[in-house]
Design a protein around this ligand. Structure first.
Ligand code: RIB
Length: 561
């Protein structure tokens, strides 16, 4: 798991990438027909934010896009980026026309549009909550770059800039306000006038004597100056399919390692690993690798080759149909998109189990939840019986089944929450898990104290905890299964479960209070709490059954031939 807990605050671009595959990048005056085209979420800021988050960093993003670019925000969210400061109401989204040649080379033209509307005051507001030592990461595709850097530096943040593209927007750049700078060879030349990357590195290092300068060299790796120290890494060898976004993958992974307080050598290996892995899959954001993939490659000797079959088809971010943007749920290669009917090709298929350990844990969690839910159903049945006819045996069975449900479902919830690929930090699922553990305290306390007056107070708090846990967890499962990760369970059924669950939990909250305050205190019977309990138990059973099906049915990532 990631070390250190510094947040990366990305102030950056969001673009709709229209990627066209061509035989060769056209020369001036030439018109060529594309061999294929696709639309992807992109923009250097968004790509780098997603790359860092997929590498396990805590990432927030400030950016702007139009309504047609809302899918970029969704993709960021899917990657684990906090997108509360992303604005999606601008008139026109930023767009990039990306040409990719058969050899994997690319040329990009961007129309910044909404990215030019980022205001200095927004950056100031965005960074207001940042803590000393956090990282502010900028690129040169947005407005308010210089003001943003100044604010971040003044707040004591570590300021990193990926000076891309190296155009007039960089004029007047205050190198003294930067802690880190990442450029490729072209950008290094634009900033220094020196074609030789090693000399350009030295020139940039002179301008940032206490900082870190990275010059990326494409397939040849990268060189770094950190204060007086120098580092290099030869990169990893791959058969490149598409180099768009490789630089962003490098920056995201590198800065994520810096946020974890890792050494420059380690960050360099991770950056190169991420860049190389990204070159193996088409698109910018969809090609970003997961932390596990990056770790596995980064540990190899510099220059090692990554075989095509080692890269998961899915990449890190769940993918959508390239034609209509529909989120692909449980589809296989060769299937048709349920929305537009277009044949799904390898490039657009995602959302599989790529990690056998996570899959095993999820399987265990789903069975625990199913076992727990069955005990809950048993509990409600026995409770209904014993409220009408006094039976010591039924009371014992009710207590045992209640405890069994609590323990099994708590364990299942926690395992599921922490196995969730996107839950490397506190997520709704893990908060739900923690609240559920609070519920164990409730059950044990209430049963032990037989509802003495302070037992009631603790008990009521516990009820609210259990109910809140269910609400949060129902929401999280719904989000997970309805598309955050691709699932083979019909979306409508899961949405229904989610809302029935929310209703059931709300009703339960109210009714359990009544159960405690009226039924137990006065000894009077009332059917309402029982109906609510039954509804709640049904919700648990239904959710658990769907989870078991989901875990069993989701395909395992195939290795590329
Ligand atoms: O670095 C790649 C990115 O640059 C693309 O996603 C495109 O949007 C451009 O901003």
């Amino acid at each position: 798991m990631p070390r250190g807990d510094f947040t990366i605050h990305v102030i950056g671009s969001m673009m709709i990438d229209r990627v066209v595959r061509v035989r060769e990048i056209p020369r001036p005056g030439e018109t060529v027909a594309a061999e294929a085209s696709a639309v992807f979420p992109g923009g250097k800021g968004a790509n780098q934010a997603a790359a860092a988050a997929l590498c396990g960093a805590r990432v927030r993003m400030l950016g702007r896009t139009g309504a047609d670019g809302a899918f970029i925000r969704d993709a960021l969210r899917d990657a684990g980026v906090h997108t509360g400061s992303v604005v999606v109401s601008d008139p026109v989204s930023g767009a990039a026309t990306v040409m990719v040649s058969r050899g994997g080379e690319n040329a990009i033209v961007i129309a910044p549009e909404s990215n030019r509307r980022v205001a200095a005051v927004e950056v100031e507001r965005f960074l207001a909550g940042a803590r000393h030592g956090d990282i502010a990461l900028f690129q040169n595709e947005c407005s308010a770059l210089h003001e943003g850097i100044a604010v971040a530096a003044m707040r004591g943040l570590r300021v990193w800039l990926n000076a891309a593209p190296a155009d007039d927007g960089l004029r007047g750049l205050r190198f003294d306000q930067l802690d880190g700078l990442v450029v490729n060879e072209t950008e290094a030349e634009a900033l220094t006038g020196l074609r030789d990357p090693a000399r350009a590195l030295e020139r940039l290092a002179e301008r940032m004597p206490a900082g870190t300068v990275v010059v990326t060299l494409g397939a040849r790796g990268a060189i770094v100056a950190a204060g007086a120290a120098r580092f290099e890494h030869r990169g990893f060898e791959v058969d490149a399919v598409d180099t768009v976004g490789c630089g962003d993958a490098f920056v995201g992974a590198f800065v994520a390692a810096i946020a974890e307080q890792r050494t420059v050598t380690y960050a360099l290996a991770r950056g190169n690993a991420a860049g190389a892995l990204a070159a193996m899959v088409p698109g910018a954001m969809p090609s970003l690798p997961s932390r596990e993939e990056v770790t596995a490659v980064a540990m190899r000797a510099p220059g090692a080759r990554i075989e095509a079959g080692e890269r998961s088809v899915a990449g890190g971010v769940p993918q959508r149909c390239e034609a209509c943007g529909y989120r692909l749920v449980g589809k296989r290669l060769g299937d048709d998109c349920p929305e537009c009917g277009r044949r799904i090709r390898e490039a657009v298929l995602g959302g599989r189990w790529t990690d056998p350990v996570v899959r095993r844990r999820f399987r265990l969690a789903s069975w625990l939840l199913l076992g727990g839910a069955s005990f809950l159903v048993l509990f409600v049945g026995v409770l209904a019986f014993s409220l009408r006819r006094s039976s010591p045996v039924a009371e014992v069975v009710a207590v045992v089944s209640l405890i069994a449900w609590t323990v099994a479902s708590s364990a299942g919830t926690l395992i599921a929450a922490h196995s969730h690929a996107a839950a490397r930090r506190w997520s709704p699922a893990s908060i739900g898990g923690a609240l559920r553990i609070g519920g164990v305290g409730f059950v044990v306390t209430v049963l032990a104290l037989q509802l003495g007056w302070w037992g009631e107070v603790v008990g009521i708090a516990g009820i609210v905890g259990v109910a809140a846990s269910d609400l949060v967890f129902a929401w999280a499962i719904g989000r997970f299964a309805c598309g955050t990760r691709i699932s083979p369970v019909p979306r409508a059924r899961l949405l229904a479960i989610r809302w029935v669950g929310a209703g059931a939990v709300a009703m339960l909250c109210w009714s359990w209070l009544e159960l405690v305050l009226v039924l137990v205190r006065t000894g009077r019977s009332n059917d309402l709490p029982l109906i609510a309990l039954a509804l709640w138990a049904a919700f648990h059973l239904l959710t658990a059954i769907e989870l078991v099906r989901l875990v069993r049915r989701m395909p395992v990532a195939e290795r590329r031939p």
